[in-house]
Design a binder for this molecule. Structure first.
Ligand code: GLU
Length: 298
């Protein structure tokens, strides 16, 4: 990545529910990192999995982000509108022999414990609507360098095997869409939750196949409750109360270990964002944050 490239960051929510506190924290981290570097910040709706998308959730997420002062600098992209791009790339890799059709069922693969054994790689299966498409992976270590996390190395061949880029039901995989869209949108910086760190070597492999420079990565620690338990969908699924936006934003800044001064507690959303942009220190996140107390999550 050329250091001269202007910063472009993004928040890429999946519309499978409301924006909850954990996602607010992730959105805020990506927003502050972009703004602190005078960068652009984009929203992209990752609605690939239509059966699991909840009607109205995208609009609600975008509206909630707006209540917290975060607006996309460019047109909001919806992955549903981009299926042709994913298809064209998949077809290209199929024609080049870099990807292949696979008809293995879950049951066929059960004994391999999540590592695809390459069953269909050389079978030359023809196109069929109920075949998945897998991408071949190299038998070599891929290392993710992150601004915060220790280097993470994975050999895709030995830890996953050839992975799916289009499912049997025709739905394109997150791994494929996220990379094609980040490239198309000129994203230079990916700031997201550390739960996605172990997807990153797969994504780096896609960048390599596409001959594109990698973005910088900043994976923020997952929010834990004070008792150390992960903030689960169930616990964190309470919708954010728009009326309490300033107070929730203050808690989100605390959760990001930014140490907002007490005086900011009653400030408006705009004032808090202004302070937080100027004082953004992502390295503070290396001390794993825990969720600031709130009766809602107690
Ligand atoms: N859509 C993904 C999610 O909601 C995030 C993708 C990303 O930031 O790369 O978990």
């Amino acid at each position: 990545m050329s250091s001269a490239a202007p910063y472009v960051g993004r928040f890429a929510p999946t519309p499978s529910g409301h924006l909850h506190f954990g996602s607010l924290v992730a959105a805020l981290a990506s927003y502050l990192d972009a703004r602190h570097q005078q960068g652009q910040w984009l929203i992209r709706v990752e609605d690939l999995d239509q059966p699991r998308s909840i009607p109205g959730a995208s609009a609600q997420i975008i509206q909630t982000l707006a209540c917290y002062g975060m607006h996309s600098d460019g047109k909001i992209l919806y992955q549903q509108d981009r299926l042709e791009l994913y298809e064209a790339q998949t077809e290209l890799w199929l024609s080049e022999g870099k990807a292949y059709y696979c008809d293995c069922s879950r049951r066929d693969l059960a004994e391999f414990e999540g590592i695809y054994p390459g069953t269909c790689r050389d079978r030359g299966l023809p196109a069929a609507t109920n075949h998945a498409v897998r991408l071949t992976v190299p038998d070599q270590p891929i290392t993710t360098l992150d601004r915060l996390q220790p280097a993470f190395t994975q050999n895709l061949a030995t830890s996953l095997g050839d992975f799916i880029i289009r499912r049997r039901d025709g739905i394109y995989a997150y791994q494929l869409a996220v990379v094609l869209d980040d490239i198309a949108q000129g994203v230079t910086d990916v700031v997201r939750g550390a739960d996605l760190l172990d997807s990153t070597p797969r994504q780096q492999w896609l960048y390599q196949l596409l001959g594109q420079p990698l973005p910088r990565y900043l994976h923020i620690p997952l929010l834990l409750r004070a008792d150390g338990e992960k903030l689960s969908k169930r616990l964190g699924s309470t919708p954010l109360d728009h009326a309490k936006a300033p107070a929730e934003l203050f808690r989100a800044l605390q959760a990001l270990a930014q140490q907002p001064p007490d005086a900011l507690r009653d400030a408006s959303v705009a004032e808090q964002l202004q302070w937080a942009t100027a004082h953004w220190q992502p390295q503070r996140l290396s001390a794993a944050p825990s969720l600031p107390p709130d009766p809602l999550f107690g």
